[in-house]
Design a protein around this ligand. Structure first.
Ligand code: IMP
Length: 450
């Protein structure tokens, strides 16, 4: 079973890093294929916590090749920070390979992301403000700067100049906005949304400065730059296991998620082909990762969202604060209508259900099994029309909860009957087996099923 894609089945933060880390033990290679440092993976190894935004989760294994595929948008400053951080903790990063075709997040992408959000005001998407959308936009406009461009100063300078040219108007507006905000801040505190612009990194928009800065990143990254697609083919053709590690998740997919409240890439399994440079037949298994409940950060529809004590229980017990932005996540019951959609869209072959332990202590567990539209229609399928999705009310199946702490459970038989019934209900409803249940943040806090 050489090619395995690991995909977020909800709105992100499902614990894909932990699942990837566990499966990576049997793999030779781990490849990230989309997204950028909007993602955040936390891995706990022997009580030590590691947080990554760009580096694939397999990096903690000395003998695995970890790759950043062509579909990723890469902020070199952040990547080098992660490399330095790992080196300081004694982790060897010699096995990290970066696609020469991956696109680079530039300082203007970060500024334009923030400016776009501020401009949208109440309609803002709640992006991570890491420059993801503007970078993918430049890629589609063929104005992107790629990793390979770092290796030729002349080409780099010309490409930055060309990419900056059509942005001059927006960047001029931004500096006027900045001046205005500074002036206003002198007369009184700036509103919170506007404060974000003040907090944005320095513009560093001078062509010469930017080119110098990126050339220096190129020198440091050069030993890692490689033809990552070919490395993937070699491993797959030799029958070795390659994991395609998704970031974000299905419902944040640019095409199939809750547009426009989505990210600017395709986190679904099909996109692993484009973002890593492989064929569809190279993917033998698709593992979906879902929490035992649901969370979302940023704006957008979330039918099962809770604003009550149970929601607080999930935030607190589940430590539901973003790895990347620290924002509190919105929490709610598991949504099986949305999960079944994700299972089909990705043609998942297995599910991993994480954070089951967070539900302990709740008297009753709920699972959304259908929606009711504003007009009273019963919807068994995830609606494709946003106006309908925004207005739906979920209808729930109720199941008895479990009291005991399950953090020490290691086999299916150790789990309380109610927890097993809960998992069985999910598997039966969505039609794929649950192969792993997470019962705590530690790598060993996992129960293998089936
Ligand atoms: P962007 O990806 O920064 O453009 O943000 C677009 C939307 O995706 C926002 O709602 C973000 O909160 C959300 N998002 C992006 N990355 C992640 C992630 O890794 N986990 C959860 N949500 C994310």
């Amino acid at each position: 079973m050489p090619g395995i894609a690991i995909i977020g089945a909800q709105w992100g933060d499902e614990g894909k890093g932990k699942v990837t880390d566990l499966l990576a033990e049997h793999a030779e290679m781990i490849v990230r294929f989309q997204g950028g440092n909007n993602a955040g993976h936390t891995i706990v190894r022997d009580g030590e916590e590691f947080k990554f935004h760009l580096i694939p989760s397999g990096i903690l294994y000395a003998d695995k090749t970890c790759m950043i595929g062509n579909g990723v948008v890469l902020d070199p400053r952040i990547l080098l920070g992660e490399i330095d951080g790992l080196r300081r903790r004694g982790v060897d990063v010699g096995n990290l390979k970066i696609s020469a075709n991956a696109h680079l997040i530039m300082p203007y992408h970060v500024l334009l992301d923030t400016a776009g959000e501020v401009k949208l005001g109440k309609l803002s998407l709640g992006t991570t403000r890491r420059g993801i959308g503007p970078c993918y936009a430049d890629k589609a406009l063929r104005l992107g700067i790629r990793v390979q461009d770092l290796l030729d100063e002349k080409i780099l300078r010309t490409k930055i100049r060309t990419a900056l040219e059509p942005k001059q108007q927006a960047l001029r507006e931004l500096s006027v906005q900045r001046r205005k905000l500074r002036k206003e801040a002198g007369e009184g505190a700036a509103p919170r949304s506007e404060q974000a612009i003040e907090d944005a990194p320095d513009p560093r928009l001078d062509l010469h400065t930017m080119t110098e800065e990126y050339v220096s990143y190129g020198h440091r990254l050069e030993p890692h730059i490689a033809d990552t697609a070919r490395l993937c083919w070699d491993a797959l053709d030799a029958g070795r296991t390659v994991i395609f590690e998704g970031a974000q998740a299905t419902l944040l997919d640019l095409d199939h998620g809750t547009y426009p409240f989505v990210t600017s890439s395709n986190p679904i399994a099909g996109a692993a082909t484009v973002g890593a440079g492989i064929g569809p037949a190279d993917i033998d298994e698709v593992w979906g990762v879902a929490k035992a409940y649901a969370t979302r950060v940023g704006a957008g529809p979330f039918p099962t969202e809770l604003g009550d004590a149970v929601g607080r229980h999930m935030v607190e017990r589940g430590h539901e604060y973003g790895t990347t932005t620290g924002r509190e996540r919105r929490c709610g019951w598991i949504d099986l209508v949305a999960l079944r959609y994700a299972v089909r869209l990705n043609r998942m072959s297995a599910l991993a259900i994480t954070k089951l332990d967070v539900l302990s202590g709740l008297e009753t567990l709920r699972l959304a099994v259908r929606y009711r539209s504003r007009e009273g229609a019963v919807l068994d399928r995830f609606p494709y029309h946003q106006s309908i999705l925004h207005g739906v009310e979920p209808e729930y199946e109720e199941m008895p909860g479990f009291e005991s702490d399950i953090g020490e459970c290691r086999t299916e038989g150790d789990l309380p009957r109610q927890a097993r019934d809960f998992l069985a209900y999910i598997a039966d409803f969505v039609g794929v087996p649950i192969r792993l249940a997470g019962v705590g943040p530690g790598r060993e806090q996992s129960v293998m099923l089936n």
